[in-house]
Design a binder for this molecule. Structure first.
Ligand code: AN0
Ligand code: CP
Length: 316
């Protein structure tokens, strides 16, 4: 694996899941593999889990880690080529990525979409520029359209908790007071397609994700119908793709309550977090034994460590 920005970068998912299983069983087995290697974690946006779990994963492998909130503490980066830089930007991505490559053996980048320019967001402009101008592997810590470390952790969590060979997994849209990216659901869909599951997406009209991701996946607009017999319910809000970046209004009744889960197969409840309690999911659900959101968060370390291991073994 050279870069890790989507499931497409994984040549053998089963092999990666085997590595993850080994990491889970013995997180310190390869504690010397990353000795004298440095991971740089660059954040353009807030993070709790990604930042801490990836740092933890790297230190389990003996790596050094440098974390930088690039948007707050770095120079304002110019992303366009050929610009006369006499305005707000102070440093070009060409130099920035080149310089960071001098200090780091692997670079992680978190960059949310603008939610205003769909073509630019879906071209993955920022992470692509890092890949273009860095000389070391790039890991996505959530980009404009995908969150592969989250999805890998989700896959590990489903495999860990499934009680039948082919569980029913439902991705349900849920309300949120602010417009959020489509990265987590896009990515989840992309990874679910690789798994042996009965997969259904449910959302209000107008919340359709890009067909680039949902082609061939069953979509059920009736949430209650979709939830029937579900083994896993993955809850997430996202903004509109067609009416790009706009919040889906008047769908507060899509919130996940215990009542709604009655006709599921005692489904496990998943969410990438952070979650707004009693807006997206009720307290009673998050505080119940059906919720596996903390196990999911725990698997973020496993996912990050499996990916770092793979890159360290094959690229450096
Ligand atoms: C972000 C999102 O929905 O993409 C990050 C989730 C990991 N969530 C929020 O901004 C609340
Ligand atoms: N799930 C997730 O990526 O959380 P953070 O935004 O806190 O990193």
């Amino acid at each position: 694996m050279k870069n890790f920005t989507s499931v497409k970068d994984v040549s053998d998912l089963n092999a990666l899941l085997d590595v993850a299983q080994h990491v889970k069983e013995n997180p310190f087995r390869d504690k010397h593999l990353g000795e004298n290697k440095t991971l740089g974690l660059l954040f353009f946006n807030p993070s709790l889990r990604t930042r801490m779990s990836t740092q933890r994963a790297a230190t389990n492998l003996g790596m050094n880690v440098m974390v930088m909130n690039l948007n707050k503490d770095g120079w304002q980066l110019e992303m366009e080529d050929g610009t006369i830089m006499d305005q707000g930007t102070q440093e070009h991505i060409k130099e920035a990525a080149g310089v960071i490559s001098q200090y780091c053996d692997i670079i992680g980048v978190r960059t949310f979409p603008s939610l205003t320019n769909r073509a630019e967001d879906y071209s993955e402009k920022i992470i692509s520029k890092f890949i273009q101008h860095a000389t070391v592997p790039i890991i996505s810590l959530e980009s404009a359209t995908r969150h592969p470390l989250q999805s890998l952790a989700d896959v590990i969590t489903i495999n860990q908790h499934k009680q039948k060979a082919k569980p029913k997994v439902v991705l349900t849209w849920a309300p949120h007071p602010r417009a959020l990216p489509q990265a987590v659901p896009n990515s989840f869909v992309e990874w679910m397609k690789e798994l042996d599951v009965e997969f259904v997406i449910t959302h209000p009209k107008g919340a359709e994700l890009s067909e680039e991701f949902t082609q061939g996946v069953s979509i059920e607009y009736d949430q209650q119908e979709a939830l029937k017999d579900a083994d896993f319910v993955y809850v997430k809000n996202w903004s509109s793709y067609s009416n790009y970046g706009q919040r889906i209004e008047n769908c507060e009744d899509w919130k996940i309550s215990l009542e709604k889960l009655k006709h599921t197969n005692n489904a496990k409840i998943m969410h990438c977090l952070p979650v707004r309690r009693n807006v997206v999911i009720d307290d009673e659900v998050l505080d119940s034994t059906q919720s596996i959101v903390l196990q999911q968060a725990s698997n973020r370390t496993v996912a990050a460590q499996a990916v770092l291991l793979n890159i360290l073994k094959h690229e450096n």
